[in-house]
Design a protein around this ligand. Structure first.
Ligand code: FPP
Length: 246
């Protein structure tokens, strides 16, 4: 009886965020724990990413942003950077077929210009192939940094002002928002980070002004499952979001 009651109460809390951000952390530690090279963690991490993306769309998440490679990740050993880029290449090639089945609109945020030409072309193809989709929007952050994004927005606005298209006085919060990579998308509601790190690491720093955080310190990304996402939705539903009001 008590168990039943608890279950109902818990289910009532569950809330699916409109915009979910995920920092897919812990791949390296997961591999190390198993005596495997760090790259093995990224391979499993990429599989989990595909599974969780599909589950998010099924749950009714409207926007999902995943942190796949930051502007700081170039500091990693070259073979690890190459492994992540290869996974991205493989994902893009394989999912071009997948994209036909799914109702997911895929977009990339970040500066793609330093990426290899073939990856840039695959990214553009993925975006074009899925542009008309009406389901969830998936933003994959690659060579992305929140500060880089804000600097980019400032540059865009300065260029417009210099060209006489806008006057500096008209630059308000909305104008900055419209110059971000996530232009036209709602702010992020919930950010998940597995692996026990309690920080944002330059992820969606503008968009997360009123985001809720769920730091899951009992799990590493390659072990992440639908059940863990459900745990996060329950926790999110318990939060009292006041957005600065009372
Ligand atoms: C963080 O774990 C993870 C990354 C920097 C890379 C994330 C990449 C993937 C999940 C795969 C590729 C993605 C796509 C879109 C195909 P970490 O290496 O920092 O882990 P650690 O903190 O345990 O060392």
């Amino acid at each position: 009886m008590l168990f039943k009651k608890k279950k109902t109460e818990v289910a009532e809390y569950r809330k699916v965020p409109v915009h979910l951000g995920i920092i897919m952390d812990g791949n390296g530690r997961w591999a190390k724990k198993r005596g495997l090279p760090r790259q093995a963690g990224h391979v499993t991490g990429a599989q989990v990413f595909r599974k969780i993306t599909k589950y998010c769309e099924k749950c009714g998440v409207s926007y999902l942003t995943v942190y796949a490679f930051s502007t700081e990740n170039w500091r990693r050993p070259q073979d690890e950077v190459d492994a992540i880029m290869n996974l991205l290449r493989q994902y893009l090639k394989e999912s071009l077929a997948d994209f036909q089945q799914e109702n997911i609109r895929t977009r990339f945020i970040g500066d793609r210009t330093p990426l290899s030409q073939d990856i840039q072309e695959l990214m553009a193809e993925a975006e074009q192939t899925t542009a008309h989709k009406t389901g969830m929007t998936l933003n994959i952050a690659i060579n992305y940094g929140g500060r880089q994004e804000i600097a980019y927005a400032a540059r865009r606005l300065a260029e417009k002002a210099a060209a006489g298209e806008i006057v500096p006085d008209s630059i308000d919060e909305q104008a900055v928002e419209d110059a971000l990579f996530t232009e036209g998308q709602p702010p992020v509601d919930l950010i998940l980070r597995p692996s026990g790190e309690y920080r944002l690491s330059n992820f969606l720093i503008w968009q997360s002004a009123y985001a809720e955080y769920v730091f899951m310190d009992d799990i590493l990304w390659p072990d992440f499952s639908e059940k863990d996402l459900e745990r996060a939705f329950l926790e999110f539903g318990r939060r009292d979001r006041r957005f600065g009001g009372v």
